[in-house]
Design a protein around this ligand. Structure first.
Ligand code: HEC
Ligand code: HEC
Length: 328
């Protein structure tokens, strides 16, 4: 495009906007965020199951954790709650909500290289985010988890995109994220709750299954290195939209830059290791650019995948995928 065309386009665009009525010129309001109210469910078999699913999400350490009273129910490997990440029990906009998730499964899962069910997805978080064992597919707990996710997805049509799903998408940096800078952000903005050693603060005593007031961000009781939160893009967006606890995507506190750097700092810390991660993403070109572990389809170093910038990596993978498609 020649430079002289640009002012013309800008003027035309302005004229087009001016021609609209004031109401139409406003950007369309996003669909209202109105997850259904659990209090309105009757106390019948369905209502009881959905409420149990909610409790499993908010009170996970007591019901499924390594300190659960019922020792046969100790499926989770940490004292985290699902709700520590799926905020407001999966009902918070851009707080990794369950709203709209039910109708999106079964879906193709690049991590497994096959179509997975909603139960598989729950167990993905059980074995990675919770560093534990999968829930048996025929258990009451799995039934309750999926019933709760279905309840929160009420009214969202199958396959419809849900505004507010996930954790948002802040602009990426054109440089690598910087854990050293992030350390200073951590000391200023996170340390009051998550602690100088990142180990958070328990609600009660070790052994009582009450979990955390402020969850750990690394160390033995945190999510493992195969978890979604251990990827920089997922973590930076989650932190930007939700941390310090209480901010929202509409009203964040951290700048984009600080979010990337503090996420890089958190991810530079030790956490439990999951075995056989090299089996993840069997189609290598489908591996997310920010996966923290190889093998990678491209020639970028692991540190580049962990810290970015991601645009050059995406371009390289796109070329490789196109070559692979041609070779077929
Ligand atoms: C340490 C944070 C963390 C914890 C704890 C956690 N999850 Fe997740 N979960 C995530 C992240 C991050 C994603 C999105 C990953 C991705 O981008 O694919 C996710 C995705 C999901 C999804 C799919 C959501 C979607 O939008 O498709 C479900 C369902 C889910 N988790 C269930 C659970 C359940 C049930 C528990 C507790 C047993 C749990 N999670 C615990 C971080 C967590
Ligand atoms: C005011 C206290 C507070 C501050 C400050 C705070 N957090 Fe959190 N954070 C929480 C709480 C509470 C949760 C769990 C939310 C829940 O269970 O409802 C949480 C959850 C998290 C999680 C997901 C759960 C986990 O254990 O991994 C991450 C990641 C996180 N915070 C990172 C940060 C970062 C990075 C900062 C600084 C930018 C920060 N937080 C500042 C209170 C806080």
């Amino acid at each position: 495009m020649s430079l002289s065309v640009r002012p013309f386009l800008a003027a035309a665009a302005l004229a087009a906007v001016a021609a609209l009525s004031p109401a139409r010129a406003q950007t369309p309001a996003p669909a209202a965020w109105a997850p259904p109210d659990l209090k309105k469910l009757p106390d019948d078999a369905w209502g009881k199951l959905v409420r149990y699913g909610r409790d499993l999400n908010t009170n996970t350490p007591a019901l499924l954790g390594p300190e659960a009273v019922n020792a046969s129910m100790r499926f989770s490997g940490s004292n985290l709650s699902c709700q520590n990440c799926h905020l407001e029990a999966g009902a918070k906009k851009f707080g990794l909500p369950y709203v709209g998730v039910y109708g999106d499964f079964p879906q193709y899962r690049a991590r497994e290289g096959e179509v997975g069910t909603i139960e598989d997805r729950v167990n993905g978080c059980m074995t990675r985010s919770m560093n534990g064992k999968p829930l048996p597919l025929d258990s009451l707990e799995m039934k309750a988890m999926t019933a709760y996710i279905k309840f929160l997805s009420t009214g969202v049509p199958v396959g419809a995109p849900t505004t507010g799903r996930g954790a948002g998408a802040i602009a990426e940096l054109t440089r690598a994220a910087d854990p050293e800078r992030g350390k200073a952000v951590y000391a200023e903005t996170c340390v009051a709750c998550h602690g100088p050693d990142g180990q958070g603060k328990r609600r009660g005593q070790v052994g009582d299954g009450k979990g955390y007031e402020f969850p750990p961000l690394w160390g033995p009781d945190s999510f493992n290195d195969g978890a979604g939160m251990n990827r920089l893009i997922a973590a930076a967006n989650f932190i930007h939209s939700n941390m310090p606890n209480g901010v929202s995507a509409d009203n964040p506190l951290l700048s984009d830059e600080d979010s990337w750097d503090v996420a890089a700092y958190v991810q530079s810390q030790p956490r439990p290791h999951k075995d056989a991660l090299d089996k993840d993403f069997p189609v290598r070109t489908e591996k997310p650019v920010d996966a923290g572990y190889g093998p990678y389809p491209d020639a970028f170093e692991q540190s580049a995948h962990r810290l970015g910038p991601f645009t050059p990596i995406r371009a390289a993978i796109k070329t490789l995928a196109a070559e692979a498609a041609k070779g077929k």
